[in-house]
Design a protein around this ligand. Structure first.
Ligand code: GLY
Length: 414
């Protein structure tokens, strides 16, 4: 795959010049100043977003007419706006934001009993998980426990994974599902329920075995036979092609294995996270914000003959479609990996890449002007390009992981 630079080049640049990646300048804004600037925007945007909601709705994205696309607790994204407000509270300790975060969190209450989606982990851990972690709201514990029990009903010991999408013809597991394991490991520790830890280890082990190519790029979706655990198909749901690397999928993989390494201390997960990280660094674009699909973008950049450039992600103005959410998730994961890896040189590299990604997202290219963008913080996210769903728009999860990355850089959240 084409890359503007490699780990070697990056490391050499850091060593020889003592400098930072290409996107940064020598007169850099300090991280604390960047945080103050971004959180000032985030506070205004959260108030603007909340003003558009009623008792059950939550922000999702932006519609073609420029109005907010709203959703309810049934949607996989329901926990991200409550989580975003919790992160604002983690930054400013303003009780008004605590009240707002708790109000938004409680909209997700029914999710704790959902058994028809693997996304329970995202939905409850980002909302109630942060109500406990950031807000200290003790009653959240029971909600987390109920949600873990619901999620565990989707585990099949023959396959060794929790099921992602329900389908009649196969047992489908998507790479995104690594993210739901955090709920299980947290609840396992909190309530001494080791079965949840066993499930999360099994899911991570099977995913590690089946979901990656030899170079540690990831497949998006795998079909398993429920009765035997055999893999029958590896393909994409939201990326460019079955053999391509969908940017957000690779971001989920990096975050998921980094989280498992940190939470369990398991060496194999750390090694996996490091390998996914090295692939990611080698394949990031020059400005550190991922194109929507690494492979599609690489084909456009290489001027591949006969390529359907639009299908690969070229926009009418000749630019290539981005996904700011992939950059936000990756940045947050890189901060965590920099604190988890035992390789100190690699830790420095991970942190520098995280900082470069955060700086890029905090630039006017991606950061919204207060009062615009329907109250979302970041611009230029991509949900499902080929499905013509959420293309080049704000996304609630981009905002969530962006604030998380900054707070992690500041040591304000785990
Ligand atoms: N988990 C769904 C997505 O990343 O679009």
């Amino acid at each position: 795959m084409k890359s503007r630079f490699t780990i070697v080049a990056l490391s050499a640049a850091f060593l020889m010049l003592g400098s930072v990646p290409a996107y940064s300048s020598s007169k850099e804004e300090k991280i604390d100043d960047l945080a103050a600037r971004v959180f000032a925007v985030a506070e205004k945007q959260a108030v603007m977003a909340a003003s558009q909601l009623d008792a059950t709705t939550l922000p999702k994205s932006m519609k073609a007419d420029g109005t907010m696309a709203k959703t309810i607790c049934r949607d996989w994204v329901c926990g991200f706006f409550p989580g975003t407000v919790w992160y604002i509270y983690a930054y400013n300790q303003d009780p008004e934001f605590k009240d707002l975060a708790w109000e938004q969190t409680q909209k997700c209450a029914p999710v704790q009993f959902y058994r028809t989606t693997h996304d329970v982990g995202f939905m409850i851990n980002c909302s109630y998980g942060n109500a406990l972690r950031v807000g200290g709201i003790e009653e959240s514990r029971e909600v987390l426990r109920n949600a873990a029990h619901s999620l565990a009903t989707r585990f099949n010991p023959v396959v060794g994974c929790t099921r992602s999408w329900d389908a009649k013809d196969s047992y489908r597991v998507i790479i995104d599902n690594m993210m739901n394991l955090e709920l299980l490991v947290r609840v396992a520790d909190m309530f001494n329920e080791p079965q949840f830890r066993d499930i999360s280890f099994s899911h991570a082990d099977v995913t590690m075995k089946n979901h990656f190519r030899p170079d540690y790029s990831s497949y998006h979706v795998l079909n398993y036979v429920e009765e035997t655990g055999e893999v029958t198909k590896k393909y994409t749901g939201q990326g460019y092609a079955d053999e391509s690397t969908w940017a957000r999928g690779q971001a989920w993989a990096l975050y998921g294995f980094t989280m498992m390494a940190e939470k369990t201390g398991e060496k194999s997960y750390l090694e996996q996270a490091e390998k996914i990280a090295r692939w990611t660094i080698e394949n990031l674009p020059e400005d550190y914000v991922q194109y929507w699909d690494y492979t599609g973008a690489a084909k456009i950049l290489a001027n591949e003959p006969g390529l359907d450039r639009k299908w690969a992600g070229e926009l009418p103005d000749g630019s290539i479609l981005r996904d700011a959410s992939a950059a936000a998730i990756t940045a947050s994961a890189f901060v965590k990996l920099s604190e988890t890896t035992k390789d100190r040189k690699f830790a420095k590299l991970c942190r520098k890449v995280a900082v470069a990604q955060v700086r890029a997202l905090a630039s006017s290219d991606y950061l919204a002007e207060p009062g615009t963008n329907c109250g979302f913080i970041l611009k230029h996210g991509t949900g499902a390009y080929h499905g013509n769903s959420e293309v080049d728009v704000p996304l609630s999860y981009a905002d969530y992981y962006f604030l998380e990355a900054i707070l992690r850089l500041q040591g304000k959240v785990e």
